[in-house]
Design a protein around this ligand. Structure first.
Ligand SMILES: [Fe+2]
Length: 237
C-alpha cells in the first residue's frame, strides 16, 4: 500500500518537526499496511528557489532514510507545489515525484473563478508535454469554492488525489469523493499527514469507507494506480 501525500520528512515544512516525530508517523503508517510513502513537502516559489528546496529536502530525506529502511518502508521524494503562473519559468522536473513525469500541485484556497480556471488550464497546457500534474486533495477546495469549479479545474490533462482523512464518517465531502472514484476521476489516495496528533496518517478510515460504500476493489485500484504512477507509467494503458 502507498500513501501518496505526506509531510513526513522532518523539519522542512509545517509537517513533522523532527526525526522522532517522523518515526512515530512511520509506525502509524506501517500499522495501516503502508510500505511506500510519497513525501510531498510544501513548495512555495514565492519563498524559496527550487534548488534550495531540493537541497533541504535531500537533507531531510537522508536524515529519515535509515529509520524508514529499518522499518521496511520506501520513501519517494516529491513536493506539494503551490500553484503560481511563474512556475512556468522553472525546471519543474526537479519538483516531480521520484524520477517520474508526475508533479503534485496545490491550488489557492479561495473561490476558483472562471478567469483563474482559464489561466490554470493554459499553464497545464504549456507544461503538459513534459509534466503530468496531480491535483492535491481535490475535495479540500470545496470548503472555498463550488463543486462545479472543482470539476472545471479537473477538466484537463491531470490526475487527481484525495485525502484519506476526508473519508471520516459524516464528512460533507464523501459523496463528491465517492463519485469521483466511481467515475475514475480520482486516481490516488494520500493521508496528507502532518504530525501524530491533529493530522496523523490514517489510511484505514478511507479503506473502510470506500470498501463499505463502493467496494474493496475500488480501494485496491487506487493503491494500484500509485504503483503505476511511481513506475512513470500511465494509468489505464
Ligand atoms: Fe499536503
Amino acid at each position: 500500500m502507498t500513501d501518496f501525500h505526506s509531510h513526513i520528512l522532518p523539519g522542512i515544512d509545517d509537517g513533522s518537526q523532527n526525526v522522532e516525530m517522523s518515526e512515530k508517523m512511520l509506525e502509524l503508517e506501517a500499522a495501516s499496511g503502508i510500505t511506500t510513502i510519497v513525501a510531498t513537502p510544501h513548495f512555495y516559489l514565492s519563498e524559496q528557489s527550487v534548488e534550495r528546496f531540493v537541497r533541504k529536502r535531500e537533507a531531510a530525506f537522508q536524515e529519515l532514510l535509515p529509520v524508514a529502511e529499518n522499518m521496511g518502508i520506501d520513501i519517494v521524494c516529491g513536493a506539494e507545489v503551490y500553484y503560481s503562473p511563474s512556475l512556468i519559468d522553472e525546471d519543474l522536473s526537479k519538483l516531480c515525484i521520484g524520477d517520474t513525469r508526475y508533479m503534485m500541485i496545490e491550488l489557492p484556497y479561495t473561490k476558483l473563478t472562471d478567469s483563474f480556471i482559464r489561466e490554470f488550464h493554459s499553464f497545464i497546457g504549456n507544461i503538459s508535454s513534459e509534466i503530468t500534474p496531480i491535483l492535491a486533495h481535490a475535495e479540500r477546495y470545496l470548503r472555498f469554492t463550488d463543486e462545479n469549479s472543482v470539476y472545471e479545474i479537473m477538466n484537463c490533462d491531470m490526475l487527481v488525489q484525495l485525502n484519506s482523512g476526508s473519508f471520516k464518517p459524516f464528512s460533507s465531502e464523501i459523496k463528491f469523493m465517492l463519485d469521483l472514484i466511481k467515475h475514475d476521476m480520482a486516481h490516488l489516495l494520500g493521508t496528507d499527514c502532518h504530525n501524530t496528533s491533529s493530522r496523523p496518517p490514517n489510511m484505514d478510515i478511507a479503506k473502510k469507507m470506500i470498501g463499505k460504500k463502493l467496494s474493496a476493489r475500488s480501494f485496491d485500484r487506487l493503491m494500484y494506480n500509485a504503483e503505476v504512477v511511481l513506475s512513470d507509467e500511465v494509468i489505464g494503458e
